[in-house]
Design a binder for this molecule. Structure first.
Ligand SMILES: Nc1nc2c(c(=O)[nH]1)N[C@H]1C(S)=C(S)[C@@H](COP(=O)(O)OP(=O)(O)OC[C@H]3O[C@@H](n4cnc5c(=O)[nH]c(N)nc54)[C@H](O)[C@@H]3O)O[C@H]1N2
Ligand SMILES: Nc1nc2c(c(=O)[nH]1)N[C@H]1C(S)=C(S)[C@@H](COP(=O)(O)OP(=O)(O)OC[C@H]3O[C@@H](n4cnc5c(=O)[nH]c(N)nc54)[C@H](O)[C@@H]3O)O[C@H]1N2
Ligand SMILES: [Mo]
Length: 753
């Protein structure tokens, strides 16, 4: 790093790129010189600029315009209708008019502004913050809480280990600590390394893969439990792969705990000092109340993992300094709370909690930042203001919200009232990518009176809207890109001009705010540059060692400890384990709650008061597997970010015969007479999608893999030509506790096309 660099940089969720003129004079993106492992995917961003599927003008659905003045029932053709272009003044008037009408006639709870989605990396042009700031000035909106990423864990963990460890990156020890101390790393869900390309807000340096290799090089034994050997990457050391049936990790973890209990290997001193509620769990392990001791033989029957393997690993986990890691994907499944809770119980019983580099971790390599030994930059986002409306949903309950106005929903000990949503306003997310059972969502989306979407490209969500406002792409504006879990700040400077009729979310909302007399409050009189200086000043307040804005802007980046990364080693819960009276957790008892009387008192049959194996409706042991004998997993796509960059080169080139690739084991492909590269239909009672077959001998028989992000595009017969796994997944929640998303509990069948 040199002080005299003057780089033109672009910051994205895939990291940082250098902008350079290509041979044809057009700009192109090159790897950032300070990134040891840049992602090739983000370098394709500029492919979107001139794409024919760009939204180029404000567009209004024809049927909505015709039915103006008759709001009831006018959504019937939503998603099937065509659109007409309007001018910006007209679009702003229409949007402002709808917000004023719905707010005036029904109150602001009738506006859904939850607007979940990853959008783009800049702090200022952060679509969700801009929209929420605007809607709050309009009197508020029904909101959403939690994430699709970590929805079950974020609600469970405050009950079990406290709010301070609620965040998706809060539990992992830092990589340096793992390498220095752990002799055994057991990872349920393994390490899908393409996921670590990504960080919300971006990064200057990708280091997760190298950090994992360092752990292996240090001589740590690594064991991966996964339905696919692809989750056990080649590393400079010993990596073992243990196949298991999807969704059965909790049973294996519970059986490991049973081994410790039955063989007298529990650390009784640590249990007494650090935990409460162990008795109920111990009784469950011993076979109460169902008469079934939760032995490795019991877990073998459920998971397919040999009892001897479970027994050996349980003993090893209690004998040497050891860490158990669980991927976030495990909790995006029915009863996804249970494997997490069971892993915490196991770590506590083995006396591993708080030992350096040991205990439990959630999400190593899920994104770039987990386990990074760095100081994190603290800084502001655009202030959203206060939302006077109190109604909300857990984010993955959008279908129930739209289907069931006036209904109720159980959630974390509360009973939520569902308001009647008349207006949906979305910016920077793609529910027709991210939500489950998309055919059912499409029907629910026809119920509100008006749907407004800001988009850059014609996604399925844009096609299911009434008013589509054309949003600029992130490389068409200046911004400060930064992740809340990283140490880099990137001066993300405009690469290409914004097309004439396209606006940033901020500019379009400012225009609409003017119609409502709210523009002064919305913009605070600041220009884009004023906002960037203002946000940067917030970072400098928190970190006075940062250079002034002009130096930062000219050089292209700034950050903490960039020249000589000073490791900030951490092991979560270490202070607590040393002295739980001085450093109690924020749980009701101040201790790890292996049994939670709070959760028990909720009385949820799908989330009892201690970790348990609960049979899901859809898994390979379910009666439904007689009809749909394949368990479908939908991991994150390697060559795009969810549905973003689907139109760019890397994602398009990964398709086979123009289709998304569904992986099958050689046995399952042969049993169905399917050959690699052949088109096929994957289906269940909820939907049908077109895919191309890929054959993967690392995959367990009975398991199919279709990554997320194909664009939902049902044809006249209802066949999704885009191959989105959410055409098949279920909206069934993780449980009534968290109401998290559970797409990974999904049975399907595949036939030749
Ligand atoms: N089956 C299944 N489904 C899943 C998952 C799974 O594992 N399996 N994972 C879930 C998870 S973890 C997540 S986080 C979600 C992700 O779901 P989303 O975050 O909704 O997915 P994205 O494709 O990133 O959607 C972002 C949208 O914002 C648009 N956009 C980008 N920048 C801007 C901007 O500046 N302004 C505006 N107005 N728009 C912009 C993009 O074009 C894109 O359409 O998916 C979830 N869905
Ligand atoms: N390139 C790229 N990277 C991304 C994203 C992206 O869209 N593209 N999205 C980002 C986001 S928003 C998030 S939240 C993270 C998500 O990070 P994760 O939740 O870790 O990611 P997934 O890819 O859904 O799943 C990881 C692995 O879990 C395994 N798995 C699934 N079900 C089971 C099971 O029941 N048991 C076991 N043992 N294993 C199972 C699958 O084989 C899969 O390879 O990824 C982030 N990284
Ligand atoms: Mo996510």
């Amino acid at each position: 790093m040199t002080a005299d660099e003057r780089l033109h940089l672009f910051g994205s969720h895939f990291g940082t790129y250098e902008v350079e003129a290509g041979p044809d004079g057009r700009p192109r993106l090159l790897p950032f010189r300070h990134d040891p492992a840049p992602s090739p995917t983000g370098a394709a961003f500029l492919d979107l600029a001139d794409h024919p599927l760009r939204v180029r003008h404000p567009m209004v659905r024809r049927g909505w315009l015709t039915a103006k003045g008759r709001p009831q029932g006018r959504g019937a053709e939503r998603g099937r209708d065509d659109f007409v272009a309007v001018t910006w003044p007209e679009a702003a008037r229409l949007v402002a008019g709808e917000i004023a009408r719905v707010s005036g006639d029904y109150g602001n709870a009738a506006i859904f502004g939850g607007s979940y989605g990853w959008a783009s990396a800049g702090r200022f042009h952060h679509a969700q913050s801009q929209l929420k700031r605007f809607l709050n000035l309009c009197g508020g909106f029904t909101s959403s809480v939690n994430t699709y990423s970590y929805g079950a864990a974020a609600v469970l963990l405050p009950h079990v280990i406290g709010r301070e460890y609620q965040g998706a990156t809060d539990t992992a020890p830092s990589w340096d600590q793992i390498a220095a101390h752990a002799r055994l790393l057991i990872s349920f869900g393994g390490f899908r390394l393409s996921n670590a390309q990504v960080e919300a807000g971006g990064t200057g340096q990708h280091r997760a893969e190298a950090a994992l290799a360092d752990v292996a090089r240090a001589g740590c034994r690594i064991v991966v439990f996964s339905p696919t050997g692809a989750d056990a990457p080649g590393l400079p050391g010993r990596v073992e792969h243990v196949p298991l049936r999807p969704g059965t990790d909790a049973a294996v973890l519970i059986a490991m705990a049973q081994v410790l209990l039955a063989e007298g290997r529990t650390d009784t001193e640590a249990l007494a000092r650090l935990t409460v509620g162990h008795e109920a769990f111990a009784a469950y392990l011993a076979g109460s109340p169902d008469g079934q001791p939760k032995t490795p033989e019991w877990a073998e029957g459920i998971s397919g993992v040999p009892a001897a393997t479970i027994r050996e690993l349980a003993r090893a986990y209690a004998q040497v300094p050891a860490l158990v890691n669980l991927s976030w994907s495990l909790q995006r499944s029915r009863h996804g709370e249970q494997p997490y809770w069971a892993a915490i119980a196991l770590a506590a019983m083995a006396g591993q909690v708080g030992r350096p580099g040991c205990g439990f971790a959630f999400g190593l390599t899920a994104v770039s930042s987990v386990g990074q030994p760095i100081r994190r930059l603290k800084g502001p986002a655009v202030t959203q203001g206060r939302n006077p409306v109190s109604s909300f949903i857990p984010v993955a309950r959008i279908t129930e919200l739209l289907e069931n106005p006036g209904g109720t929903l159980d959630y974390d000990g509360q009973r939520l009232a569902l308001p009647n949503i008349r207006l949906v306003h979305w910016a920077g997310g793609n529910p027709f990518h991210h939500h489950q059972d998309l055919n059912r969502l499409a029907a629910a989306f026809r119920r509100p009176e008006t749907v407004i979407v800001h988009e850059s490209v014609w996604t399925a969500t844009a096609r299911h809207a009434d008013i589509v406002l054309p949003a600029s792409l992130p490389f068409e504006r200046d911004d400060v890109a930064a992740a809340s879990r990283d140490n880099w700040l990137i001066a993300s400077r405009r690469v290409l001009a914004t097309p004439p009729d396209v606006r940033s979310d901020h500019d379009m909302l400012a225009l609409i705010a003017r119609e409502l007399g709210l523009d002064a409050a919305f913009t605070e009189g600041r220009s884009e540059e004023d906002w960037l200086r203002h946000l940067y000043a917030g970072y400098r307040d928190a970190h006075p060692e940062l250079p002034d804005f002009d130096t930062f802007w000219a050089r292209g980046y700034a950050g903490l400890d960039l020249g000589a990364p000073a490791p900030a080693p951490t092991t979560p819960l270490a202070d607590f384990a040393r002295d739980p009276d001085l450093h109690p957790l924020s749980t009701p008892s101040g201790r790890i709650e292996i049994g939670s009387s709070t959760i028990a008192a909720f009385g949820y049959d799908d989330c009892p008061g201690h970790p348990a194996w609960l049979e899901p409706e859809e898994w390979l042991g379910a009666p439904l597997a007689g009809t749909y004998p394949l368990h479908l997993l939908s991991p994150q796509p390697e060559h795009r970010l969810h549905s973003q960059l689907e139109l760019a080169g890397p994602s398009q080139q990964a398709k086979v015969t123009g289709c998304e690739v569904l992986l099958l084991s050689p046995q399952d492909a042969a049993a169905r007479g399917l050959a690699a590269g052949e088109q096929a239909t994957v289906f269940n009672a909820r939907g049908r999608a077109l895919v191309a077959i890929g054959i993967d001998n690392r995959l367990s028989p009975g398991v199919a893999v279709l990554p997320t992000g194909g664009w939902y595009a049902p044809n006249e017969q209802g066949l999704d030509l885009g191959g989105n796994p959410n055409t098949l997944s279920s909206i069934r929640p993780t449980s009534r506790l968290a109401q998290g998303t559970a797409p990974n509990a999904c049975l399907v069948e595949v036939v030749s096309r």
